[in-house]
Structure formats: C-alpha cells, structure tokens
Design a protein around this ligand. Structure first.
Ligand SMILES: Nc1nc2c(c(=O)[nH]1)N[C@H]1C(S)=C(S)[C@@H](COP(=O)(O)OP(=O)(O)OC[C@H]3O[C@@H](n4cnc5c(=O)[nH]c(N)nc54)[C@H](O)[C@@H]3O)O[C@H]1N2
Ligand SMILES: Nc1nc2c(c(=O)[nH]1)N[C@H]1C(S)=C(S)[C@@H](COP(=O)(O)OP(=O)(O)OC[C@H]3O[C@@H](n4cnc5c(=O)[nH]c(N)nc54)[C@H](O)[C@@H]3O)O[C@H]1N2
Ligand SMILES: [Mo]
Length: 662
C-alpha cells in the first residue's frame, strides 16, 4: 500500500516546476529508512534553529486523531522542548467555545441520554443526521414520544429533511434570531424569574438590549417571518422540556462567537437547565479534565526560550508561510491534518507550501493534498494500530481504544514518532521516555473529581466509563407519565440545574465585564458579517456561500477512498433556481465560482437545498477537483469576533457559466 512506505521527496519534483494546474499531480518520492529520515529532520531542524531561531519551526496538527495521547502529548513535549512556534488550534471550534464560556464559564451541556425526555428539540446549525449521528437515535426516541424537531439552518440538510419544522435562516444572522426570541420571551413574561434571579447576572441589561430586536426587526435580518419567530419563541419557552442542540455551524461565521453567546442565553432565561431533557448542548468536553499539563509539558518552553514561544493561528497558515517575519517559518511539520485541503484561503496556503526554502515534513496515513508539498513523508498508524485514551465533546464517557493490530509496514504513531525525534535531537528529559501506559496514568492523575475511581486498569477492562459524577446532585427522569427511555443513564447530570456556572461571578453572565474590557458589547449586539448580503462587498460578489462539510467524508479524511467518493456526489455548486435563472444557468451546467481570492469550476445543482442569495459547496480533496483546487480557494483567513476562529461560512462569491474550453 502506497502510504505505508517511508519515502522522501525526490529533488526532481520539488514544488514549482512540476505543479500543473491542469492534471492531477503527484510528486515522485524515493524510499528512505526511518533512521535516514529522522537524521535528516534532526539535522535540518538544528540548522534552522542556529540560523533563524527555534520559532522558525512550526508544528501543524488538528483532527486526524482525537486521541488524548496521539492528539496532544509527546508531540507537544517535543515542540515545547525545541522552542518551536506554538500553533493556536483554532480552525474548528474556538469561536463557539469563547461564546459558550462567556455565558457559562465552562464547556458543559446536556447529555445525549436526556434527549429522549425532551419535548421540543432545536437543531441549531446542527446537521445531526449527517455529522453527529450518535445523537440521532436519542432524538428518534424523543420523537416517538411526541417531541417536535425544529431545524435552523440556511441549508436544507438531511436533518432538516427529517424535521417537523424547518426554518431556513440567512447565514450569519443567528444572533439576531436569538435576540428576537428573547424579546418575545421577556416581553411576554415567559422567562423563569426565579432561575434568572438566582443564577444569572445582567438580566436587566439584557431586557433593555432586546428592545432593539423586536421580531419584525429580527425577521428582516434573518429572512424568517415575524410570525414564525414569535411562534418559535413561544413554543421554545412553553413546551417543556426544550433542548437546543447547538453545533459548530453557527460559529464559522464572522459574528459566530457572539451568535453562540446569544443562543446560550436562551436556556438561562427560561430556566431550562433545571429540567431533565432541557438545557443546551454545544460541547461536553469541559467535564473530562485530563491532566494536560502533565501530557503537554508547556513548561519545557522555558528551558528552550526562557519564555513561551510565539503563537501562530492555524487559520492563518497562508499568511504565516508567506509573510511572517522575525523569524520567517523555515520548517513546517504537519501531522494529523491536511492543510492543503482544509485551510481557508487555499491559494495562499499553496503559495506558501511551494516556497523552495521551506522544509516540510508530513506524517500521514495516506498521500494527501499536503504530502504533495512534503520534503519527507513519514507513515502514520491508524487507531487500530496504537493504544489511546479518548475523551469526548458530545457525551460524558471516557474510553480506552485498544491497539487491535501491530503497526502495518513501517508505520509509527504520533507518540512514537516524536519520541524518536526527541532522541535524535538529544532531548534527555525523562518525559520523552515515558511509556504509553505511564502517559495515560499521568493524564488520569488529575485534580478533576469526576475522574475519581477511573484508572487505566479499569478502562482496560471495561472499555468505556461514564465520568464519576459522585458529589454532584443527579436527577432521575422526572417527567411524570413519560415512558422509560431505552437508553436511560441511571441518573442524569444537569450541569447548571443549581447554577454552578464557572464564570468569575459564578452565575450565567448575560452581561460580561470581560467582553466589555475587550471593547465588545457586554450583552450581545448583532452585526451583519462584512461578507454577507448586507456587507460592502456584496455588490461585486452577491451570493453568500456555505463552504460546507460533506456528510460522507470527515472533513478531508476519506475523500481519497473510491468507495466513499461513490457515496458523495462531489464538485457541485448548489444554487437556488432564481439565482440560476438570472445568470442563465441550468441544472448540470459547468459554472465558475469566484471572488477576490480565487475561482473554482463546479457543476450547478438546482435542488432546492438553498434559499435565494445563498449557494453551497462541499469540502473535498483539492487534487480530486479539476484544476487541483478545492472550495477553500474562496474562503478567507478572516477571524471570528470571539475566539479567533475560521469563517468558512461567511464567504461572498459570484457565479457565472463556465466558458467552454477552446
Ligand atoms: N459526516 C461528517 N461528520 C462530521 C464531520 C464531517 O466532516 N463529516 N466533521 C466533524 C467535525 S470536525 C465537526 S467540527 C463537526 C461539525 O458538525 P457541526 O457542528 O454540525 O458543523 P457544520 O457541519 O460545520 O455546520 C452545521 C450546520 O450549520 C449550518 N450553517 C452554516 N452557516 C450557518 C448559519 O449562519 N446559521 C445557522 N443556523 N446554520 C448555519 C450548515 O449548513 C450545517 O448544516 O462534525 C464532525 N462530524
Ligand atoms: N471549507 C471548509 N473547510 C473546513 C471545514 C469546513 O466545514 N469547510 N471544517 C473545518 C474543521 S471544523 C476542521 S476540524 C478542520 C479539519 O481539518 P484536519 O484536522 O486537517 O482534518 P482532516 O481533513 O480529517 O485531515 C486529517 C488528516 O490526518 C490524518 N491522520 C489521521 N489519524 C492520524 C494519526 O494518528 N496521525 C497522523 N500523523 N495523521 C493522522 C488523516 O489521514 C487525514 O489526512 O477542517 C476545517 N476546514
Ligand atoms: Mo471540526
């Protein structure tokens, strides 16, 4: 199998000369041994450190593995000890995290097992049926017992197709919708005055703020009718328990942090956090509290630099590779990520990756878009081939994934790769010699009481363990008359039933001094994205594009597999009939989609999935798309309002019929 071979880049195919924009290009590699590869990496790194300083080296990793050890342990120790630039891993969820925590102080939410008890479920920017399938059976159970499923999404997803009520919303306007709903809930006295008084701060400021967002006004921004907004607000506040499955779609927008903040306020004013099957789930990851200090050893940076290393935002890779100075990036080490596909502003990323003076190492399971630009490719294990500890962001179980088979060929896990590199670099600290089992034990040796009684041996025996919520007041299913759901947890964990918010005030912050200090509205203010129909660039590029994920790929993972490609029709631009008509475009036509950053050829699909003014296209491998480009040629490096995350869903484009090839 190709990707199993250890290869180094043949100088002949050095990026620049051989890259064709017409054909799918694969560089030639020459096989070398691990020893040769490690020697070369170590000697190049040492040379770069002496000439430019250690911060000229940049690690780049994200979602390839979410295992606690292979995701962030030996790799971090290695780069910290080296004094490499730090990577802000903000490409996915940082805006949502910042928005959620600005209200609750911590990433906790409603557990999946409570959804069967809900009677009103809002899937808000959440394609549960496509992207979050483990929750779906619980929703089906709730619906069998009469729950209503409402979907708020600018794209008619698989989840929307299944919904009782689908509300298409203009992209990036969710804060206005949440404010409009709160206007109704507060003016009609549908809020929980007792919960608000005990467990929130800033309600009076919020009450004042929502005056500027009557449903009529929210309707103008969101494109959802006034009557529908009123109905949604009333139903949400009165059909109980009501739960919001908020997912990360809403925060991939310029104002995504604020939107998440606004939506998170809803269960705080209705008091829905008190109910089994109420509340909101964006993430549960704050419950795990593994000992990250022990795993990552950030203190090693002091040894290398006497200070923390500079931080580079992974969203701005194009900018970093092309214009960062003092020092410039001279080496890039990519693992668990495919930036040549997933990063915004693709053309700039590629321009950077093609720099002849950049030394690039990629540790991968497959030859990807990114390995095309590598000087050295190292073969990586899959989760079948290494042991790891798995925390979660959509439930409260800690799991052990056992190693099922010996590593194939010459593959090495992230842990073993960085262990070997540390040795080559002459790093002598004990932490580089810790075994995988010892690392797990140190991860579990945490201050978090919810890990009490959970040790490696138990995990090895039992596979998965619910966090130990002993000491927390748990609730049994309290809905009188409700049938016992099939998958009920014995007792339910309601993180904020009695307050317990982990903000500085200890309450849900509807008014935030911290945000005020950052120059932001301390309550919530809706600002339309610059790249939206209300923004300045809308004249030149009038269509709002959602550069979405595919239901059958995992970001760019599996896009290379023929069997998965067969399940997913790729290369499409979904467009509304009215927008297609005025441009003389018919279903199936080849179209050119473009903006100031780039262009891409796609096939028009007029399928009713998007409203007028919105188009949608999916993330795919660049080299599987004509012209060796993917949809990220159109996305920007602009960062979100909170959290400095990516804005894949705030993108303006124009579309035209593609000129036939002459
Ligand atoms: N099948 C599959 N599953 C996956 C992934 C995958 O690629 N494929 N990726 C995994 C990863 S890394 C993540 S982070 C999660 C992400 O899963 P989700 O958090 O669900 O995130 P997205 O799919 O980005 O967006 C969810 C929905 O938000 C909608 N949306 C876009 N803009 C807006 C807006 O302005 N307002 C509203 N209300 N909705 C909007 C999109 O159309 C989309 O249907 O999924 C994980 N699961
Ligand atoms: N246009 C657009 N772009 C997006 C998104 C979008 O919705 N639209 N979503 C964004 C989001 S939410 C995310 S999370 C990012 C995800 O971006 P990435 O983190 O880059 O995720 P993947 O595309 O899945 O690529 C992961 C790579 O890691 C490899 N891999 C898997 N396991 C291991 C391992 O154990 N070790 C090593 N060394 N490699 C491994 C896989 O083969 C794969 O090529 O993409 C972002 N990009
Ligand atoms: Mo993600």
């Amino acid at each position: 199998m190709m990707g199993r071979k250890l290869r180094s880049f043949a100088p002949l195919g050095r990026p620049g000369a051989a890259v064709s924009t017409q054909a799918i290009w694969t560089p030639a590699f020459e096989r070398i041994t691990w020893d040769e590869a490690l020697d070369e990496i170590a000697s190049r790194f040492k040379k770069i450190v002496s000439e430019f300083g250690s911060e000229a080296i940049l690690p780049y990793s994200y979602g390839g593995t979410l295992g606690a050890l292979n995701g962030a342990s030996m790799d971090r120790r290695f780069f910290h000890r080296l004094g490499a630039s730090q990577l802000a891993r903000n490409i996915c969820s940082a805006a949502g995290e910042a928005g959620l925590k600005s209200v609750t102080g911590v990433k906790l939410g409603t557990e999946p097992e409570q959804f069967p008890h809900s009677r009103y479920i809002i899937a808000w920017a959440s394609n549960i049926h496509g992207n979050n399938i483990h929750l779906w059976p619980f929703i089906q159970e709730a619906r069998r017992q009469g729950a209503k499923l409402v979907v708020i999404d600018p794209y008619r997803t698989r989840t929307a197709e299944c919904a009782d009520w689908y509300l298409p919303i203009n992209p990036g306007t969710d804060a206005a919708l949440a404010l409009g709903m709160m206007h109704v809930i507060i003016t009609e006295n549908l809020y929980d005055a007792d919960y608000v008084a005990r467990h929130t701060v800033g309600f009076e400021q919020l009450r004042e703020k929502v005056q500027a967002y009557p449903p009529e006004k929210a309707a103008e921004w969101t494109g959802i009718g006034t009557a529908d907004i009123v109905k949604l607000a009333r139903e949400y506040a009165t059909v109980r328990p009501a739960v919001i499955r908020l997912n990360y779609g809403v925060q991939r927008s310029e104002g995504g942090g604020t939107a998440t903040r606004a939506i998170t306020m809803l269960p705080c004013i209705t008091g829905s956090w008190k109910e089994v099957g109420g509340g909101l789930q964006l993430s549960t990851s704050g419950a795990f509290g593994l000992n990250r200090d022990a795993l990552e050893r950030a203190d090693l940076m002091n040894q290398a630099l006497g200070r923390p290393a500079r931080v580079v935002n992974m969203v701005e890779l194009g900018k970093a590779l092309n214009s960062l100075d003092d020092p410039p990036i001279k080496a890039l080490f990519v693992y668990s990520s495919n930036p040549a596909a997933v990063c915004p502003n693709h053309n700039e990323v590629i321009r950077g990756l093609r720099r002849p003076d950049l030394f690039t190492v990629v540790h991968e399971q497959f030859f990807t878009d990114t390995t095309d630009y590598a000087d050295i490719v190292l073969p990586a294990t899959t989760f079948f081939e290494h042991k790891d500890l798995q925390a979660a962001y959509g439930h409260y179980y800690l799991q052990m994934s056992h190693q099922a088979i010996e590593p194939l060929g010459e593959c090495r896990s992230n842990v073993e790769t960085f262990r070997a590199l540390a040795e080559r670099m002459g790093f002598e600290e004990d932490c580089f010699r810790q075994s995988v089992d010892e690392m797990m034990e140190s991860a579990l040796a945490s201050e978090n009481p919810w890990l009490d009684g959970i040790d490696r041996q138990r995990l090895e025996r039992e596979g998965h363990l619910r966090l130990n919520f002993e000491g927390v007041e748990l609730r049994s299913s309290a809905q009188p008359g409700a049938a016992e759901p099939a998958r009920a947890a014995p007792e339910f964990f309601l993180p904020f039933a009695n307050g317990n918010f982990q903000t500085s005030s200890g309450k849900a912050e509807l008014y935030s001094e911290a945000l005020k200090a950052e120059g932001l509205d301390p309550v919530v203010e809706f600002t339309p994205p610059a790249e939206s129909r209300n923004g300045a660039q809308a004249k030149a590029f009038p269509l709002e594009m959602l550069a979405r994920k595919a239901d059958n790929f995992l970001n760019s993972s599996f896009a290379n597999l023929k069997v998965v490609q067969a399940m997913e029709e790729t290369g499409l631009l979904e467009i509304n009939a009215a927008d297609a008509d005025v441009r003389g475009i018919a279903d199936g036509d080849a179209v050119r989609v473009f903006n100031q950053r780039g262009d891409i050829l796609l096939k028009a699909r007029v399928d009713g999935k998007v409203q007028r003014g919105v188009v949608s296209a999916q993330l795919n491998w660049a080299k599987l798309t004509p012209g060796n480009k993917n949809i990220n040629v159109l996305t920007s490096e602009k960062l979100t309002d909170l959290g400095n995350s990516a804005t894949f869903y705030s993108v303006l484009v124009e579309v035209e019929l593609a000129k036939p090839a002459s």
